[in-house]
Design a protein around this ligand. Structure first.
Ligand code: NAD
Ligand code: DAU
Length: 355
């Protein structure tokens, strides 16, 4: 079996659901259930004996070591993190606590478990750390895309905390021989993404008749990857990745935020036209920029293609259509995550931005 941490969030939930569609190997999901964790993501697994949920923190050494000894997973896939850049600007403390201290404590628990394994168990064991392209910093319009050997230049508390966790994972490989793999992925989108991130926020705001808040000039560039493609890349790295290596994962799909928002508006015009017949793009509102906003990210996903044969299956056109359809079909899920704390976050992040 495998242990997934942070599996109740966006990518982790997609990973678990895809994993159990692709294989019969059991999964334990250890998740703290922060605002971003949602057990409603697993309704289709009700009663499935291959899946078990454990409520807890990766920073709880006793819990982690107990779980490892009891279940003896052959791999750990670490998704657990605070993941939203804007939240890290308003309050970095939780990011330091989970992304740095939590990863450290998880690694310590895994080190104890690993050191007591037989040689055969050791050679089969893997610790896959899921990280981000943001650790490499920001690119100019003409810079080449990020490669695995780019220097780390994180710019936000979020990316700095992820960078620190990547360094710890690397150090546990070099110092203790822990069999680690690290992936650095670009911006994901797809089903179950919490509507604080650009794409789901724009879809739910558009449908609710609210403004579509574009930061600054909207010409910042991200490299968008459909979440199922990220999950298939992670399965590939887990199966065939070389120990201690880093693999960049991306969609070969750079675009400006403004173009992304227009694409969503155009799709909604087609799939769920506004009652007044006007275009959703009329709801676009330019608002005060994010402090320290990285201008451009771009991933060179050549290594994972060359070495492991992985490349994304979805284009942005096919992926965004599936995503918009999912949010249209899952309005109950959306309604249930828009709790009081969600409304407080929206007020905190957008209340003081000037149009
Ligand atoms: P998310 O915020 O949707 O989910 C994070 C999950 O981690 C939640 O279920 C939360 O409850 C859980 N969690 C938080 N702190 C925890 C702790 N201390 N112990 C156990 N569980 C904890 O995040 P996501 O978008 O699914 O991202 C998952 C991982 O992928 C993160 O490590 C993130 O840095 C990385 N990543 C995300 C993207 C993206 O575009 N979303 C891109 C590249 C990498
Ligand atoms: O690059 C990978 C990273 O992508 C992940 O590591 C992070 O976990 C994930 O949150 C994401 O970070 P970004 O900051 O790029 O994603 P976000 O969806 O918050 O913003 C995408 C872009 O859209 C960014 O340039 C900021 C802009 N934006 C975002 C929001 C929420 C807006 O213009 N308006 C908004 O309301």
């Amino acid at each position: 079996m495998i242990l997934v941490t942070g599996g109740a969030g966006f990518i982790g939930a997609n990973f678990i659901l895809d994993w159990l569609r692709e294989s019969d190997e059991s999964v334990i999901n250890l998740d703290k259930l922060t605002y971003a964790g949602n057990l409603e993501n697993f309704l289709e697994l009700a009663g499935d004996p291959r899946y078990a949920f454990v409520h807890g923190d990766i920073g709880n050494r006793a819990l982690v070591e107990g779980l490892l000894l009891k279940h003896r997973p052959r791999a750990i896939i670490n998704f657990a993190a605070e993941s939203h850049v804007d939240r890290s600007i308003h309050g970095p403390g939780e990011f330091i606590e989970t992304n740095i201290v939590g990863t450290f404590k998880l690694l310590e628990g895994v080190r104890v478990f690993f050191s007591a394994m037989s040689a055969a168990e050791k050679s089969a064991f893997r610790f896959l750390h899921v990280s981000t392209d943001e650790v490499y910093g920001s690119l100019s319009a003409i810079d080449p895309a990020f490669k695995e050997n780019n220097p780390y230049q994180p710019n936000s508390p979020y990316s700095a905390s992820k960078a620190a966790s990547d360094h710890l994972v690397r150090a546990y490989h070099h110092t203790y021989g822990l069999p680690v793999l690290t992936t650095n992925c670009s911006n994901n989108y797809g089903p179950f993404q919490f509507p604080e991130k650009l794409i789901p926020l724009m879809i739910v705001n558009a449908l609710a008749g609210k403004p579509l808040p574009v930061y600054g000039d909207g010409l910042q560039i991200r490299d968008w990857l459909y979440v199922a493609d990220h999950c298939s890349a992670l399965r590939t790295v887990l199966a065939n990745g070389r120990l201690g290596e880093i693999y960049n994962i991306g969609g070969w799909n750079e675009n400006t935020n403004l173009a992304i928002v227009h694409a969503i508006c155009d799709l909604l015009d087609e799939m769920r036209p506004r009652d007044d017949g006007k275009a959703y793009s009329e709801q676009i509102a330019y608002v005060t920029d994010r402090p320290g906003h990285d201008r451009r990210y771009a991933i060179d996903a050549g290594k994972i293609k060359r070495d492991l044969g992985w490349r994304p299956q979805e284009t942005f056109d096919t992926g965004i259509r599936k995503t918009v359809q999912w949010y249209l079909d899952n309005q109950d899920w959306v309604g249930n995550v828009q709790s009081g704390t969600y409304r407080e976050w929206i007020e905190k992040n957008y209340g003081e931005r000037v149009e």
